[in-house]
Design a protein around this ligand. Structure first.
Ligand code: PAF
Length: 281
């Protein structure tokens, strides 16, 4: 596995893959890898000849410096995991490599980025699209894989890719869960043992909502069911609950008659966890 620290090294290596006639898949990450990330690597490997992973804790998508500083990092472990997973190249750039001094260009999906979770975390999705556009330019992949857990992020990246005509297929991959149903996330290690146990309430609420949708329900009843389930867990504080049209994230109301996305953010002792589910009647 090649380890590149600069864009120039990465471009030269990818040019070599291309010369050999190989297709290239990209998995952008912020490191501290878990099985969810490795499932994205597996999805890329199944679709392309060469897999590139980026590890970059992107400062522009964090609201507070404290959250950025607290983000867990373990480069040696990440490299070992990627090597074992059969990745061809890992790009681990410094901040100045991604954001060269004096840079002033941002990329933003103006509607999608500023609704729903974008309201709770102003500027977050602008940071995501700005870095992902740069990573796309550094690597020039045929496909890029992202988790469905970050549902709004996936829609934002799909829109940016379409609007800017990146010749890249965006592959959405299913959420990977712990044995008790908690969606895997690098943030989970920051939970106290009590909060970690309580955090199963996200999956519980979404599963109840899925069952209710299958039985026939309304958007309003779904919202009450989820909010009530979260409220019954004293360690949990509901921060965001959106029931929207799958794909364009438009608001919906009344009887649930087509596939609907539920996006949930819940705080445990200062740690914000998110989860999502597409539910179909
Ligand atoms: O999902 C993530 O880990 C990040 O938002 C991403 C896509 C790597 C951009 O920094």
């Amino acid at each position: 596995m090649l380890i590149c620290r600069t864009v120039a090294e990465c471009r030269a290596a990818v040019a070599g893959f291309r010369q050999a006639g190989d297709t290239v898949g990209l998995v952008p990450t912020m490191g501290y890898l878990h099985d969810g990330h490795l499932s994205l690597v597996a999805a890329a490997k199944a679709r392309t000849d060469r897999v590139v992973v980026t590890i970059f804790v992107n400062p522009t998508q964090f609201g507070e410096a404290a959250d950025l500083d607290a983000y867990p990092r373990d480069e040696a472990r990440d490299i070992a995991l990627l090597q074992a997973a059969g990745v061809d190249l890992v790009l681990i750039p410094e901040v100045a490599e991604v954001y060269p001094q004096g840079d002033e260009t941002i990329v933003e999906t103006t509607r999608l980025a500023n609704m729903l979770h974008g309201k709770v975390r102003p500027g977050h999705f602008r940071g995501v699209t700005t870095v992902v556009a740069r990573l796309f330019n550094f690597v020039g992949p045929d496909i890029a894989c992202f988790g469905e857990k970050d549902y709004q992020q996936l829609q934002v990246i799909r829109k940016m890719t379409r609007d800017l005509a990146f010749p890249i297929e965006i592959v959405g991959c299913p959420t990977v869960r712990e044995a008790d149903g908690l969606a895997m996330s690098s943030r989970n290690v920051r939970l106290t043992p009590e909060d970690r146990a309580a955090a199963v309430v996200l999956n519980k609420a979404l599963t109840l909502a899925e069952d209710a949708t299958r039985a026939g329900t309304t958007v309003e009843a779904l919202r009450d069911l989820i909010a009530g389930t979260i409220a019954a867990e004293p360690r949990a504080t509901l921060r965001g609950l959106d029931v929207v049209h799958a794909g364009d994230l438009a608001e919906v109301s009344g009887p649930v008659t087509e596939t609907t996305a539920i996006m949930l953010s819940v705080e445990f002792g200062g740690i914000l966890l998110i989860d999502q589910r597409e539910v179909t009647p």
